[in-house]
Design a protein around this ligand. Structure first.
Ligand code: FMN
Length: 224
């Protein structure tokens, strides 16, 4: 698989087969992902990978209400979103939700079913492996951008090996609990999680058409 194919084929997988992911395979992928770039090569990051009993223990943590919620409507110093999105961002977010829930066959008014799907985040959507991306909280916004390099590199390498992934900022809701579980240093925090496993490719939630801004919207070509 070439890079262009990996970039175009990768999509967020929200339903996985139960088949385990061999540790050697994951280690090989992450060993390559180490070569993701970061400004000044400072690599202010690390990854915690969970499977088996440790994965199950993490899932159990989320059966309690979270003590931290990074989604913006709290006083979390590291919110995932601003309290209110503006256009066109708000519509893009709304469109994704509508496309996804349509694929899941969940109507807009069925709030309990929508809530249940959101809760699937905290079962890694059935994936046997979870990754957590840890950042040093002393860094500034530049290093948060660097971390994105690592995360997408991991996702593309997983794609190349026939594995699927879903990046999950939803885990920000459980930052405090996860920090305790993983005995993070005081200066460390989890930015986001990632479900990893073999995709249940036949499931509609893994098939609905996705959209992106056009090339014209994305790029302003000057001086060509
Ligand atoms: C950093 C990051 C965090 C994300 N967190 C979640 C999440 O918590 N739950 C979820 O279902 N999708 C999550 N997504 C997936 C996005 O919704 C998805 O990438 C976007 O809709 C584009 O679709 P695609 O990945 O299928 O191309 C996240 C994506 C990124 C980049």
């Amino acid at each position: 698989m070439n890079v262009s194919d990996a970039v175009r084929q990768r999509r967020s997988i929200r339903d996985f087969r139960a088949d385990p992911v061999p540790q050697e395979l994951l280690a090989d992928i992450l060993d390559t992902a180490r070569w993701a770039p970061s400004g000044s090569n400072i690599q202010a990051w690390r990854i915690i990978a969970v499977a088996g009993a440790e994965r199950d223990a993490v899932v159990q943590i989320t059966r309690k209400a979270p003590t931290s919620a990074g989604f913006g409507k709290t006083d979390d110093p590291y919110p995932i979103y601003p309290p209110e999105l503006w256009e066109p961002l708000r519509t893009r977010r709304y469109t994704l939700a509508e496309d996804m829930y349509r694929a899941l066959g969940i109507p807009r008014e069925d709030k309990p079913a929508r809530f249940q799907h959101v809760a699937r985040n905290f079962e890694f959507f059935g994936a046997p492996v979870g990754l957590f991306f840890v950042i040093d909280r002393r860094v500034v916004h530049g290093q948060w951008a660097h971390l994105g390099m690592l995360i997408q590199t991991v996702a593309l390498l997983l794609e190349e090996r026939g594995l699927g992934s879903c990046m999950q900022e939803a885990w920000a809701s459980y930052r405090a609990e996860l920090a305790t579980r993983f005995q993070l240093a005081p200066n460390e925090m989890i930015y986001c999680g990632m479900s990893v496993g073999f995709p249940a490719t036949d499931k509609p939630v893994n098939q609905f058409p996705r959209s992106r801004m056009s090339l014209d919207e994305l790029v302003e070509f000057r001086g060509f």
